[in-house]
Write a protein that binds this ligand. Structure first.
Ligand code: SF4
Length: 468
């Protein structure tokens, strides 16, 4: 198997299928409506923007409820069992709608159904699902959908493949001032707990010119925040002339007023060069999300992470010494197979040493088809739950004070909208990617605003607009 570049001809073919679907729905007595929902990570959200972009070109409008939809599309995630159960529940709930509106098309795609056993379960348990397609044929969505309208038969397309890179797919972006831009797809790392390399294929990077021209187009069009995406952005380019730090350097040279952030950064490939590029940059966010996963070298080895805590801490110290106002965040897994309480306490020690601004913490979730799923896992769920709560307490105490160092500073904040918990306030993100709430009028949304920080909360900063 090999990685394939989906080029002009193949996409031209898909454009023809878009027109054909349009011709089908054109004769309906109403504009076709789609309800689409994306589970999981930012990469999935980004894929969904492309699926929505194709739907738009096929003449679809959008609704926020499945009840009103002619097409329901779930783009699924395989990283955790919880998310999978939610998908099964939500697909199950569509049975009643399908009975009421047999012409409604129900489609499920993405990482979850790329797993053979899940696709099989989906096929057997939900015969009313019309379309099931995997991660490597997303660009063929118009063709697959047309086939349903034409033949009125169930379509299942889940080819095994090392992966594809498809340029030129239409995108429907949900924000005028924020955009995510994938720079690479797939992963070569095979962390023993993770299913991503199996469902998303081998690492493949987009051409630097394609990324740069997309970012240029976005920023020239008024976009203020660009999120570069990849499972492991630090291995972008795979040894070619343009590494990730070099890509960032080139993007940073673009004119305009915008911030570039990125995720996810694997510690094994994170370099001093990357940190140096951030220091000297005009546009790059002062936020480093560096997933450590465990503070025990024994467990890191079992996880196949390819770094130890000494290497990790050296990187953290270097980043802190070079970027004084950096925000450091991480991911941690509790209860990995074979982890002892002693291993777990090493994670707590590391957290106390690094003092993360925030941490995304998870109890280990067994994924069929991974190496970790075969490992002995003698610790009970109750015990893991206790460890997890202990971890939350430790991070809670650190996080309580973490943002205090920003009080009294003036920070440049990109205003994103009204607050989620307090509608009377506006909310935005600083260059460190920290949430900042402040009072102001709606005309600030989508603009940079200078905010004097007056208060630190565990998850956000509060401030006052300068000269307001
Ligand atoms: S780096 Fe590891 S955890 Fe991240 S996607 Fe790749 S295999 Fe999964």
């Amino acid at each position: 198997m090999a990685i394939r570049n989906i080029g002009g001809e193949e996409l031209e073919e898909q454009r023809l299928f878009m027109q054909r679907v349009r011709a089908v729905t054109h004769v309906w007595d109403h504009k076709p409506l789609a309800y689409t929902h994306s589970y999981g990570c930012q990469q999935n959200v980004s894929d969904s923007e492309k699926l929505d972009g194709m739907l738009e070109k096929m003449g679809f409008g959008f609704t926020d409820t499945p009840e009103k939809a002619d097409l329901v599309l779930y783009n699924t995630c395989a990283v955790r069992e919880n998310a999978e159960n939610r998908v099964f529940g939500n697909v199950g709930a569509l049975k009643v709608l399908k009975r009421r509106s047999p012409d409604m098309v129900i489609a499920v795609c993405g990482c979850m159904v790329q797993q053979e056993h899940i696709a099989e379960r989906m096929k057997q348990r939900f015969p009313y699902v019309d379309l099931i397609f995997g991660t490597h044929v997303m660009h063929k969505f118009p063709e697959l959908l047309y086939s349903i309208y034409e033949k009125r038969e169930r379509v299942i397309s889940i080819p095994e493949c090392d992966g594809v890179v498809a340029e030129g797919i239409p995108v429907r972006r949900t924000s005028g001032f924020r955009a995510s831009v994938p720079i690479m797809y797939g992963c070569n790392n095979y962390c023993t707990y993770c299913i991503v390399p199996k469902v998303r294929g081998r690492e493949r990077s987009r051409e630097p010119e394609a990324v740069i021209s997309e970012v240029r187009e976005l920023t020239e069009g008024g976009c203020k925040e660009i999120l570069l995406l990849g499972q492991n952005v630090n291995s972008y380019g795979n040894g070619s002339e343009v590494s990730f730090p070099e890509l960032l350097r080139r993007l940073d040279a673009l004119e305009g007023d915008f911030v570039i952030s990125f995720m996810t950064s694997h510690p094994k490939d994170c370099s001093h060069e990357l940190i140096d590029v951030i220091v000297d940059s005009r546009h790059i966010s002062h936020h480093l999300h560096l997933p450590v996963q465990s503070g025990s070298d024994r467990i890191l080895k079992l996880m196949n992470r390819h770094y130890d805590t000494a290497r990790y801490l050296e990187l953290v110290d270097y980043a802190r010494s070079r970027i004084e106002d950096i925000q450091l965040t991480t991911d941690i897994i509790v209860g990995f197979p074979g982890e002892t309480y002693e291993d777990f306490t090493k994670t707590l020690d590391l957290m106390r040493r690094v003092k993360y601004d925030s941490a995304f913490t998870f109890i280990y979730s067994k994924r069929a088809g991974t190496k970790a799923a075969e490992m002995d896992d003698p610790i009970s769920d109750e015990e893991k739950g206790r460890w997890f709560r202990e971890l939350l307490d430790v991070q809670g105490a650190i996080g309580e004070k973490a943002y205090e160092r920003y009080v009294g500073r003036t920070m440049r904040v990109l205003c994103e909208g009204r607050g989620r918990t307090d509608e009377t306030l506006l909310t935005g993100k600083s260059r460190q990617n920290i949430i900042v709430d402040f009072a102001g009028s709606d005309d600030l949304i989508g603009k940079f605003v200078d905010i004097k920080i007056t208060k630190a909360l565990p998850w956000a900063l509060v401030g006052k607009q300068c000269n307001s």
